[in-house]
Ligand binder design. Structure first.
Ligand SMILES: Cc1ncc(COP(=O)(O)O)c(C=O)c1O
Length: 349
């Protein structure tokens, strides 16, 4: 049985957490900005805004780009529910752009065609959320070219992709997007237990996301809208959330970041090896793909069920993960295609 994931925790990680537990600040202390700076340095973005999950980060990223009721957000059908839930939290509708069969990532050509059609109908999305499935970057230059022609903003869901690269630059540098999101769930490359981060090069977006992650409250004298009544004074300027990351989590993340290259090197051989093991055991599963040139973050491994051979001949393929015979099913299906999920179907208008 191949486990879904297994984190690597070193003595240094444990000590980093213990140090915070013995310190004055379990939350809102110095470790969160230190972790944000470390991630920003690794991925080449100006700002990192740490949160308690990538889901929270996706939510505030959508809000920062002005997503609200009546808007539409497009994402990939092959992702986890969080990519589309972020839009639903904002009261927006969700639609999907089909994937490229070679990469399973959002197809830039299909995106361009869908955007042109939506422009003619006056139904352009406010934001698109391409997902770097299993750590392999989408073709962001092509996606950006298509979206910017129509003034559509971009959030990269790089939950699987920290440490990966695209066009020889690290994923997360936001060259082709407004905001990039990372996840630090234990199944991801670097973990904080639960956690996420929004990267951006835009100071206003960073500020807006910082406000939304902490109740919409600010103490910054430069930002107060009313007279500063003293050191105790703060203002709630928006209806925000408590999406803060604790210093305990940030210390773990910071310690883990020191080993990110080792994590990536350890995962890389499994990309092909694990798929081969599955193929040998299940015979129905084949494939698993990496495009040449780019370094994937190796957030996950992916295998593809095509025609299922259950011993009685090939069954027709029924969707991305489906096989008819339980004997031919994989041990675990990670994420079913989003349009098949009942809640999302109910939410789509
Ligand atoms: C593509 C994708 N986006 C977002 C998330 C949500 O991440 P988190 O668990 O940190 O909220 C996940 C989690 O697995 C994911 O796979």
């Amino acid at each position: 049985m191949i486990p879904y994931g297994r984190q690597s925790i070193s003595e240094a990680d444990i000590q980093a957490v213990v140090d915070v537990l013995k310190s004055d600040f379990l939350t809102q202390g110095p470790m969160v900005p230190a972790f944000e700076d470390a991630v920003a340095a690794v991925c080449g973005a100006k700002f990192g805004v740490a949160m308690n999950s990538a889901t929270s980060a996706l939510h505030v990223a959508c809000l920062a780009l002005g997503v609200g009721p009546g808007d539409s957000v497009w994402t990939s059908p092959l992702t986890f529910v969080a990519s589309s839930n972020a839009a639903l939290y904002c009261g927006a509708d969700v639609d999907f752009v089909d994937v490229d069969e070679r990469t399973y990532n959002m197809c830039p050509a299909r995106l361009a065609a869908k955007l042109d059609h939506a422009a003619e109908e006056g139904k352009l999305p406010k934001v698109i959320i391409p997902v770097h499935l299993t750590g392999q970057s989408c073709d962001m230059a092509a996606i950006h070219a298509a979206a910017s022609r129509h003034g559509v903003r971009i959030i990269e869901d790089a939950s699987h992709a920290i440490g990966g690269s695209y066009q020889a630059l690290p994923v997360g540098n936001c060259r082709y997007s407004d905001i990039t999101i990372f996840s630090f769930h234990p199944v991801k490359i670097v973990t904080t237990g639960e956690g996420g981060m929004a990267m951006t090069n835009d100071p206003e977006l960073a500020e807006r996301m910082r406000l939304d992650r902490s109740h919409g409250i600010t103490r910054d004298p430069a930002k107060l809208q009313h007279d500063d009544a003293g050191a105790w004074y703060y203002e709630q300027q928006r209806l925000g959330f408590n999406y803060r990351m604790t210093d305990i989590c940030a210390a773990l993340g910071l310690s883990q970041m020191a080993r990110i290259d080792r994590f990536l090197a350890r995962r890389a051989p499994f990309v092909s090896r694990t798929v081969i093991v599955i193929v040998a055991e299940k015979s129905a599963v084949r494939g698993g793909r990496r495009e040449g040139g780019e370094v994937p973050g190796v957030g996950r491994l992916e295998a593809r069920l095509d025609d299922v051979d259950d011993g009685g001949g090939r069954q027709p393929r029924r969707g991305h993960h489906a096989g008819r015979d339980r004997r031919a099913q994989p041990e675990a299906v990670d994420d079913p295609p989003l349009p098949r999920l009942r809640l999302l179907g109910a939410c789509r208008r």
